[in-house]
Design a protein around this ligand. Structure first.
Ligand code: ADP
Length: 301
């Protein structure tokens, strides 16, 4: 199965251009859509999930025209939105049974088999008799996945699923998603670079509605090999370095300040060449993208 997005654009009535001519191809496996808050990720996810209209462009899921044949898409789509509400007073078991009924599983035996399997798959079996109001953030997210998987979707979209989860819950959620990713297209939208590094075989970076990168994480890392440099600095000097170099990121560790920069050649000045990671790729593209956008604005003026 292949999802092909071509020249997708969307401007909200308040003038915010949330998607600017986005083109993207997504096939089986886990796909990470990475970008900061406000980048346009949810707009893109909601449009693929047939929940909102684009201004122009096309989305094809194999030979289904997503923007026109919405009922067909909904039959094969599972969607876990960024925020969803659950009735706190209802037990997980009753709630999932109700959703399964709504999704057309009218045979009680078939429904029970399906929901039981989903409780096992999402590691919620021992909690299924509990009220949803007692669930932790991670349990709610896994329950959200159980709901999204009821109709055995071919395409699963999860929007910012690990934001707010503690490390153990995040880890469990990662394991669940990678299992699902073995036989589905899973699109994971996130601002957390680690989620993509751990899980995704393909990825895109989006910022301010623009697609900045679309590749495999390993390929992306290769392109900046030997170009990432790190240095321990005095915290108060950070702005000097930001001015002087192509600054990527800073981290504070044991009372020390370390910065990373991008440079085509060895900058000297006490910098050490380090092995790049996906976060370096991310910051490199976000910051480069911003520079390009600023430049375009200057040219327009
Ligand atoms: P992300 O999911 O990456 O955080 P969104 O798609 O939610 O990004 O938002 C992209 C941009 O569109 C942001 O500037 C946001 O404020 C704006 N936006 C999102 N939804 C609406 C809306 N319904 N009306 C107006 N502006 C919106």
């Amino acid at each position: 199965m292949k999802l092909t997005i071509q020249n997708l654009s969307k401007t909200y009535p308040n003038g915010v251009q949330a998607l600017k001519n986005v083109s993207l191809e997504i096939s089986n496996g886990m796909f990470g859509l990475l970008g900061p808050n406000g980048a346009g990720k949810s707009t893109l996810m909601r449009t693929i999930a047939t929940l909102q209209e684009a201004d122009s462009g096309t989305i094809m899921l194999d030979d289904i025209d997503v923007l026109k044949e919405k009922p067909k898409v909904r039959e094969i789509l599972g969607y876990l939105p960024q925020e969803f509400s659950l009735d706190p007073k209802v037990t997980a078991d009753d709630f999932l049974d109700h959703i399964a009924l709504l999704k057309g599983l009218t045979d009680p035996k078939n429904r029970k088999e399906t929901t039981d399997a989903l409780f096992h798959q999402t590691n919620l079996w021992e909690h299924k008799k509990k009220k949803l109001g007692t669930f932790s953030g991670g349990m709610k997210q896994r329950f959200g996945i159980a709901q999204a998987l009821i109709n055995s979707p071919k395409l699963l979209i999860v929007d910012e699923p690990t934001a707010g989860l503690d490390p153990e819950e995040r880890n469990r959620f990662h394991n669940l998603l990678s299992e699902i990713g073995e036989n589905h297209i899973v699109i994971l939208s996130t601002h957390i670079v680690d989620d993509v590094s751990y899980l995704c075989s393909n990825m895109a970076v989006i910022n301010k509605g623009q697609l900045l990168l679309n590749t495999k994480p390993s390929e992306a890392i290769k392109t900046i090999k030997n170009r990432i440099y790190e240095k321990e600095i005095m915290k108060s000097d950070i702005n000097i370095y930001k001015e002087k170099y192509r600054f990527l990121s800073s981290r504070f560790f044991s009372g020390k300040t370390f910065i990373k920069i991008y440079s085509d050649s060895n900058p000297g000045d006490g910098f050490i060449n380090v092995v790049p990671d996906l976060e370096d790729v991310y910051f490199h593209h976000i910051k480069n993208g911003l520079t390009r956008a600023l430049h375009a604005e200057e040219v327009n003026v």
